[in-house]
Every structure is written in C-alpha cells, then in structure tokens.
Write a protein that binds this ligand. Sequence first.
Ligand code: KE4
Length: 431
Amino acid sequence: MKNGKSKRLFDLAKKHIPGGVNSPVRAFKSVGLGPLFIQKAKGPFVWDVDGNKFIDFVGSWGPMLFGHAHPRIVKAVKRAATWGTSFGAPTELEIKMAERIKKLVPSIESVRMVNSGTEATMSAIRLARAFTRREKIVKFEGCYHGHGDSFLIKAGSGALTLGIPDSPGIPQGVVSNTLTATFNDLESVRALASTWKDQIAAVIVEPVVGNMGCIPPREGFLSGLRSLCDEQKIVLIFDEVMTGFRLAAGGAQELFGIKPDITTLGKIIGGGLPVGAYGGKKEIMSMVAPEGPMYQAGTLSGNPLAMAAGYEMLRMISEYRLLYKSLEAKGKILEEETVDLAKRNGFPVRFNRVGSMFTMFFTAGHVTDYSTAKTADTAKFAAYFRAMLEDGVYLAPSQFEAAFLSTSHSERLLERTLKSSKRALRHLFRA
Ligand code: KE4
C-alpha cells in the first residue's frame, strides 16, 4: 500500500505537534506503523492522502452512527454556519437539544452541554463531590473516562495501549482520592465501600466497556452497583460517552434497565462535532452554576454548529425506528462468522460484542475485565491490524479499543470484511 504522503506528513507533523498527532492513540504506535493522514470520508469509507480507500470501523471512535458526511448532518452544519459560528449566548436550539436528550434518556431530568467527553466526566465527578460533600471516587481498572486528572489512574484506551495507565503529572492528593475496583467484580466495589464508608462520592463506570476493548457487564453487575450506591448514598455515574445512542436510543441504561444518577455523553451526541454533556436527577443538577454553587463553564458549550449537527443526529435516531435492530443484525453477521471460523480452525481469538460495538481479542479465554483483557497477544493483534489495513479495512489501531458499525456498512461490505479477516487469521495462525 502506497503511503508516501502520510509518511511525509507524519514527519512534518512531528516537528510541530507532540508525537505528530493531537490524540495519542491515533499515532498507530502499538501496531508498528505510522498513522494514515485522512483526506476525506463518506458513508462507511475513509480515503487517506495517498488515495487509499478503506472500509472504516473506527467511525471517529464512535460518533459516525449513520456513516461519515451524512447529507442531513452536512446540510444542518452548513446552514447553521451561515448564521454565525458562535455567539457565547444562549440559543433556542440548545433547549431543543436538551428536550430531545431528556426524551431519549429518561434518567436525565436536567442536562448541561460541554465540548468533550472529558469535560462531561470531569464535571460529573465534581458535581457528585459537591452534592455528597465526599471526596473519593471509584473507577474501574482499564476503564477510560477521558484525560481528567482523577481518571488517569489505571486508565484504558490510549493510556492502556501506550502502557501509561497511570500518567505522570497527577498530584498525589488526586491519586489518593481515586479508588480502583475490578470491572464485573461487585465484591471489589463492596470492599472499597466498606473500607471508605461514607467517604465515596461517586462510582463511575462504562456500563459496557469500550476502552479495554469491548467488555459487556456480567448479569447482575450493573444492578448490584445500583443497589450498593443506593445503600451508601453514592452517586452512580454511567459514562455513556461511547454507549450513549450507540447501544439503544436510551443507551446502555435502556438496554440493561438500570437508571444512573448522572449520565455523561459525547461522540454521537455531536454528530462528529465537539460535544459532550452531563445530566441526571434535577436534585443533583440544580447544584450546577448559575442555579447552584458548583462551578463549570465553557466558551463554546452549546456551540450553534455543534448543536445543529448533534440535534440532526438525535432527530435521525428518533425517526429511524428499526435502527438498533438493523445494527444488531449487522453485528451478528460479523460475530457469528468470526466465531464459527475460529472454532473450526482453533484460532485463539475471543469476539466480544454488544450491538454495533465489538472487539476481537487475540486470546483464547473469556475477556471480562482488565486482567483478562491484558492476556491478549498485542503483537498478533498488530499483525492482524496491518494485514487488514493492507486489504482496505481500517480498524482501531489498538487491541484495547472497540470497533463500530454504522447504518452505512452494507452486508456486502461486511462479507468483504469477513473475507479479509479470514485471510488474515489463516495467515497469522498458518491454517
Ligand atoms: P473525549 O474527551 O475524547 O471526547 O471523551 C473521553 C471519553 C470519555 N468516556 C469514554 C467512555 C470514552 O470512550 C472517551 C473517549 N474515547 C476514546 C476512544 N476510546 C477517544 C479517542 C481518543 O482518545 O483519541
């Protein structure tokens, strides 16, 4: 595959930008390549600057539920731009956005727009601390909630991929207030709750993990968290930046029937533009300034272009009645054919999936938490990634990320992807 221009651009980028990228996981470090510089995208495809075309399963790390450059999103953003790109003042569209979010996610009674998932999660734990007057938070090893200081402790996603789950630069005082438990292990949370009785402000969890690769919650895990938080008056935060509007119109909380106290959102909610949000019980949200004393602000929060893209996204989600059924059917095709191939050939791979987000782990065992995710053979994953890329399939450049399907991934494209995957696996395992 010719990639001369990407190489040249990467060399140039490294002169001006740390590591040549504006977000670490994009650097392709863990897959032994330099990143592809993307020229354009449409539907399920991306084209790089060397003219290579790929079937895209990254989808900008989740937002592209309807594929890239959807005409309705593009039209909404173009129209909004002619009326001005930012006012720093309230607009009617922000009210419509909030109403639509509340309708789709009933646990949200009041919602604040911000500019990224990180801002949403940072604000959510500050709010939980303000509401409970407690300082500790519980997160899960391998989960990723953005790059806020409190979260870069045993973090997932790019931090895990690059082997820096505990970033330098985080003050000891912050580190000591972040307790870590094991995903899918309720006992590990109960133990912390009894050791730190009445000192834990919040438990924050990815209800379906995407940032260790895709890991579904065990039966009873989320409901157990809910009961424990009720017993101990701990704020339960569902970080649905990735799962929100991805797994159901009402996110993972709709799928699993569990109501968190606060939900954080991002990615899909912006239709590809920078948007995050946090919302939940009115009683808690009323603490947020200027209604209450907990301060959080943002020059571009509720930005008119981002709202136009996000609102159009949520309208399309509301209109498309069979959306999640169709995404489930697509995911099933990939899963069933891959699992069947692996079984017939004895390939040591494990396919985890919930709806349209999935990860194929290069390990034979079940992957249910951080320690089992870490058994994956990342060198094998890297070789598989490179083979798929050569074959025109663009996966997330990390074993510890989820891949995403969109409505634009046709069955024909999925069959094409499966052919490439079978070839790559057979070559990898010399079958
Ligand atoms: P952002 O600040 O990147 O918008 O959102 C942070 C975040 C919060 N919570 C969850 C569950 C997330 O998955 C994320 C961000 N996800 C990663 C991909 N796994 C973003 C990609 C990147 O860091 O470049």
